[in-house]
Each structure stands twice: as structure tokens, then as C-alpha cells.
Design a protein around this ligand. Structure first.
Ligand code: 48F
Length: 264
């Protein structure tokens, strides 16, 4: 007598392939595609999904969370500066006030809560998938070009696998320092990336939040991608700016989506 209900190997395979493909097909077109599942991307995903926006997070790695698991220097504590502890309260992440206005939390605890919050709100995740390029129509970013992450690790001499594309009303670049999506516009001479500056925590968090927004029609930048686009200093392992930037990116997207709906 087995503890578990009987099921064949074939049914397990059918369950995975059918459910994956159904969900993939449903998100071939969506409202917002967020590229990168670090703290800014996850925060934006949660805020948008909470507002009933159909949102897909495309993440190159198997795991979500980007730099949020580890604070800095391979030490898994992360910091936020006031008033960003309100996000820790909201996400029910335990923390300690290290000194007035400077808070410390456990990276793994904080990161898993943020991932769960984005998923619970209804954001869909496509991991092990790398965004290679954008779909550009009538001078507007209208989607992304994707491939399985392992494909980019294969030498061209072995195989050449054409990517596929997903369409969306908006794309959010949350790819961190690389600003991969914005970089795909730069390589065509459409925008110019400034490259992020040397570390200066006091100016960088404000700068990133301030500049979070639409950098080109259809493309919003958030998180450290903002510093790369606008030449803002890097900030190191303090994350309030990432969470606030993610929320601002979502608000910007909502504003544009509502405006578009009114125009229709
Ligand atoms: O780097 P990351 O955590 O970006 P973020 O949200 O936060 C930055 C902080 O972690 C930290 C900091 C400030 O506190 O300085 O660095 O701006 O997460 C970026 C995510 O994007 C994924 C990558 O794997 C990571 O999970 N990513 C990067 N390029 C691609 C991508 C791509 N081309 N396609 C899909 N995902």
C-alpha cells in the first residue's frame, strides 16, 4: 500500500507540459512585462498585480530575488534607511533598528517574503528565460525577445536557436546594473546610457527614485538600471531605494495604462 496516490510517469510529464504551455500561451500578450526579478522588479510586479494588471516577470536565473538574498560582501543581512522600513512592515519582514533610521533585516527572510508577495498578488513568473532584445513598433517598445537562458551558454558552432517574442503594452527594465533592455535601445543609437557612478549612498537612493520612469515610449526603468541609464552613483547594499523605485515604476505604468485606456 503506497502512501501517495497512484499516478504514472506519463501523467506527471503531461501535468507539467500542459500547465506550463497553458500559462505560457496566456502570457504571450500581457499588460506589462518586467525584465528581472530583483527587489525593484518584484516590488513593481506586486504593485501592478495587486491592481489587477496582467504582469509577467521574465528572469534569466532559476531563482528570483537578484541581489536581495545577500546584503553585501556575501553577508546575508540587508539594510534599508527610513522611511523604507514601511515596506518591511507591509511585507511582514522582521527587522531591527541598528541606529536611528537605519534598519537591518535577514536577506533570505526578506527576499522570500517579497517573492511570495509578488506571486500571491498574481504576478506570473517566467524564469530561466533571458531577454535578448525588444520588440519595437512605431517608435514604441511593444514587447521583448526571449530565449531559454541555457541557449545563450551554447557555442554558436553547436547550435543556433532563434528566439521568440512576447508582446506587452509596457516593458519595465529591472535588470540591475546591466540595464539590459535600455542597452538594446542604446546599441541602435536610440538612447544613450550614462553608466552608473561611483558609490555614494546619500545621493544615489534619492536619485534612483527620482529618475524612475519612462525612458522611451513603452519602456520604464527601475532599480539600479536607472543609475546606469542616468549616470547616478551606485548605492551598495541598501535596498529602500529599490523598493521605492519598484513602487514608482508600477505607479508610472498604471498611470500610462489608464491614460491609454481613456484614449481608446
Ligand atoms: O541586480 P538586481 O537585484 O536588480 P535591482 O532590482 O536591485 C539592485 C540591488 O540588488 C543591488 C544594489 C542596490 O541595493 O546595488 O545591486 O535593480 O536584479 C536584477 C535581476 O535581473 C535579472 C538578473 O538575473 C537579476 O535577477 N536579469 C538581468 N539581465 C536579464 C535578467 C535579462 N537579460 N533577462 C532576464 N533577466
Amino acid at each position: 500500500m503506497s502512501i501517495f496516490k497512484a499516478s504514472s510517469e506519463a501523467q506527471v510529464t503531461r501535468a507539467i507540459t500542459e500547465e506550463f504551455l497553458n500559462s505560457f500561451k496566456e502570457y504571450i500578450t500581457c499588460d506589462v512585462i518586467i525584465v528581472g526579478g530583483g527587489p525593484s522588479g518584484l516590488m513593481a510586479a506586486r504593485e501592478l498585480a495587486k491592481n489587477n494588471v496582467k504582469v509577467l516577470v521574465v528572469e534569466a536565473n532559476n531563482y528570483l530575488g537578484g541581489g536581495f538574498w545577500i546584503g553585501g560582501y556575501l553577508m546575508n543581512k540587508l539594510t534599508v534607511r527610513s522611511p523604507a522600513e514601511k515596506f518591511l512592515d507591509e511585507l511582514q519582514i522582521p527587522y531591527k533598528e541598528y541606529e536611528e533610521g537605519l534598519f537591518v533585516a535577514d536577506g533570505p527572510h526578506a527576499c522570500s517574503k517579497l517573492i511570495a508577495a509578488a506571486c500571491d498578488a498574481g504576478a506570473k513568473i517566467l524564469n530561466m528565460t533571458k531577454v535578448d532584445d525588444v520588440v519595437l513598433k512605431n517608435k514604441k517598445v511593444s514587447g521583448v525577445v526571449i530565449n531559454w537562458t541555457p541557449v545563450s551558454a551554447l557555442p554558436k558552432s553547436i547550435t543556433c536557436v532563434d528566439p521568440v517574442a512576447l508582446e506587452s503594452k509596457l516593458v519595465i527594465d529591472a535588470t540591475g546594473h546591466d540595464a539590459c533592455v535600455a542597452a538594446s535601445l542604446e546599441k541602435r543609437g536610440i538612447i544613450k546610457l550614462q553608466g552608473f557612478g561611483a558609490m555614494d549612498v546619500m545621493t544615489s537612493e534619492d536619485g534612483v527614485v527620482l529618475k524612475t520612469g519612462e525612458v522611451y515610449p513603452g519602456l520604464i526603468v527601475t532599480g539600479m538600471a536607472v543609475s546606469t541609464v542616468y549616470g547616478i552613483p551606485r548605492m551598495g547594499p541598501t535596498f529602500g531605494g529599490m523598493l521605492l523605485s519598484g513602487r514608482k515604476a508600477a505607479e508610472t505604468a498604471l498611470h500610462i495604462l489608464v491614460g491609454d485606456a481613456i484614449k481608446v
